[in-house]
Design a protein around this ligand. Sequence first.
Ligand SMILES: *[C@@H]1O[C@H](CO)[C@@H](O)[C@H](O)[C@H]1NC(C)=O
Length: 384
Amino acid sequence: MGSSAAALIFCSLIWSVATQAPVVTVEPRTATIRQGESVSYRCQVKSSVQPVRLEWRKGNNQALEDNVKIGPDGSVLTVANARPGNHGQYRCVAISTAGRSFGNAVLNVKYPPKVQLTPAGPLQVRTGDAVTVECGATGRPRPTVTWKRRGSTLHLVTQEINDVHTIKWPSARPEDSGVYVCQADNNVGKSEAAVELTVVGPPGAPVASVNIEEMRVVEGQTVTMECKATGSPPPVITWSKLRAPLPWKHTVADGVLTLTGVGRQDSGQYICNATNTLGYSEAYTEMEVDSPPYATCLPDQVRLQPGNPLLIQCLAHGTHPIQFTWSRVGRGNLPAQAETTRDGKLMIASVKQADSGTYKCVATNYIGSSEATAKVIIKGELAF
Ligand SMILES: *[C@@H]1O[C@H](CO)[C@@H](O)[C@H](O)[C@H]1NC(C)=O
């Protein structure tokens, strides 16, 4: 009994030496490439028993993808134009009458990140609603994922489970409205996706207000009027002028209306209109443009005979009040009988030959002054 068992062991030992299964190694054992690149593996077999048949498998026992090719003698496996799905373990299986054995190799395929938002937005919610946006990120190596608000560099606090990065507003407020960006980075590339969030408050109709309700400016100045509005969704602000188009030289940016080189004709009421989906609101700025006087004499030349009455009116455009001052060019003082009025008249009830000359009117207001002249010619009849 004891000796027959020993013989059996001895026999099977002989058999296993003579009919050893092949020894398989795959080179390289590990390769790391980028998406689109190619790599080849060679399967090396040592075997005392021939023939040996080679088979390649992906992972445990999956079929090979269509971009994975095997060379004519079966020993070389090439992954051409690699894609993320080629990532994994490859196995070379050697089969002979003595048995089968295998060797493994690993392929790492790196590829740039891709992000996907759920929901994709745009999102419109009411104040107080709970909002959740998920950013699913793929990429190899595993990307770093951050959420930011557009226009800000702060990273937002997020939750991550299984490569899904979630941003949450348990109770949205109008000021949460904005564009949120999920960005994924790895050493192959980066990718981002944005979602617009609009939080509409229950009292969300706009309320517009201007920084100044009445203004007085001087001709030629540059004027700015500012309008702000509350409301949600954030109102759109437009400016207009009551019963007239806006001045030609105007710009509007961020609710600020700028008028360059204003003239008197730009005086009037300017209307800021803040509009959103829930309504609109108007606010007004009244602007008065002041200008220096511009004087003329009517008439600017007159011929009279001694004894005639003289009447010259000095007229002035410009901001009131305007003061008028009459004088005589070259002599200063007016003739003794001359009278002037506050509204710019120069009168002489009965002119004399000596009243001939040039008379000057100066019109003055708080900005400046202007002058105009009138020539008075008095010719006596030959009265001898
Ligand atoms: C302001 O906007 C509203 C809505 O667009 C419009 O009905 C209204 O006439 C506008 N007001 C002015 C002064 O333009």
